[in-house]
Design a protein around this ligand. Structure first.
Ligand code: DAH
Length: 358
């Protein structure tokens, strides 16, 4: 009995002195491992007479339990101390003032995305996001693109290597798949905008393999083309920071909307400058339409109960128009001089109350 007491005292002292997880684990193996000193004693129970076992069983089990608990307690204490030490070294003084010499500009794409978010937030829209890597179902099928329909080719899709079952993942060609994800996971009324990167295998002065879109989606019991027009006209006026904008809706085709349209805004060229809002020339800025009943059905919504409208616009294009940036490829050139010229002050957040851009 007394050797058990001294064994326990000895083990407890070792546990107490363990400086890290590794040392503690060594002690655990030494005591409770298969050939550990406590385990070896437990094995002797088998050879004892029933009377002896009755007496020694609880004693040895008690020892095993106490040692196990002490090791666990020490383990938690060591982990807590390690976390405290880490937190102490990662402390950031958030009260430090902004450095006056801070460099860096907000990229026009980020600025314009923020402006668009500010405008639609004020109208009561939420922001939704989805993955850049999609599959055929969300990017095409659920959006009512028939199998083998040429509209799929129109998108110049980047595909990944086929999987074993033959299916291919792809880089989303538009932000519309997030419409599907939202309608499948949320109950109407839905009022969202979806900013994000999209990818198409295309490159020239006005096309780059990666670009940015903001998608919009409204699903409700009563929504119609008039709401769509009102929403997008209000957007155009606010975004271009002009008192009024001439707009025109031209019939178009998208598989996921019916009817579909493209929205043009009026502009005029005065010398080298493009004045948005008036004038006799037209510029297309977005695609839109009433959500196709098949798309609603694909998302489990009853087209007799719900309807809605959607649109998709190119952020890069809107940035070029508003800020007079001539070549789209410069957006992705990572040229610090370009950013210094076209970028925005990080401290000026787009805000409807004080003006979107200053
Ligand atoms: N997804 C279309 C594109 O990338 C843009 C678009 C058009 C989105 C009409 C819409 C819409 O939601 O209703 O070309």
């Amino acid at each position: 009995m007394s050797d058990l007491k001294s064994l326990e005292t000895d083990l407890m002292a070792k546990i107490d002195a363990a400086g890290d997880g590794g040392a503690l684990e060594d002690i655990r193996v030494h005591a409770l491992g298969k050939k550990g000193v406590v385990s070896e004693r437990m094995k002797t129970l088998g050879k004892m007479s029933p009377e002896e076992r009755k007496e020694m069983g609880p004693v040895l089990n008690g020892l095993k339990t106490r040692i196990g608990e002490a090791i666990e307690a020490k383990k938690s204490a060591l982990e807590e101390a390690a976390l405290d030490a880490r937190l102490a070294t990662e402390k950031v003084d958030v009260t430090l003032p902004v450095r006056p010499e801070a460099k860096g500009k907000i990229h026009p794409v980020s600025q314009v995305t923020e402006e668009i978010v500010a405008i639609f937030s004020a109208m009561g829209f939420d922001v939704a996001e989805g993955p850049d890597i999609e599959d055929d179902f969300y990017n095409f099928t659920a959006l009512n693109f028939p199998e083998d329909h040429p509209a799929r080719d129109m998108h110049d899709t980047f595909f990944f290597e086929p999987k074993e079952d033959g299916s291919r993942r792809l880089l989303r060609t538009h932000t519309s798949p997030v419409q599907i994800r939202t309608m499948m996971s949320e109950k109407p009324p839905i009022r969202i905008i979806i900013p994000g990167r999209v990818y198409r295998c295309d490159s020239d002065q006005t096309h780059t393999p990666v670009f940015h879109q903001v998608e919009g989606l409204v699903i409700d019991r009563e929504s119609h083309m008039g709401h769509l027009k009102g929403t997008l006209e209000a957007f155009a006026k606010t975004y271009f920071e002009v008192d009024s904008v001439k707009t025109r809706f031209r019939p178009h085709f998208f598989p996921f909307t019916e009817p579909s349209a493209e929205m043009d805004i009026g502009y005029e060229r005065v010398g080298n400058e493009i004045r948005i809002g008036q004038g006799d020339d037209w510029m297309e800025i977005l695609g839109c339409g009433m959500v196709h009943p098949n798309v609603l059905k694909n998302c489990g919504l009853d087209p007799d109960e719900y309807q809605g409208f959607a649109w998709g616009m190119g952020v890069d294009r809107l940035a070029m128009l508003k800020y007079g940036i001539p070549d789209l490829r410069d957006f992705f050139a990572a040229d610090a001089r370009w950013l210094e010229h076209y970028g925005f002050d990080p401290l000026d957040q787009p805000n409807l109350a004080v003006g979107l851009s200053r």
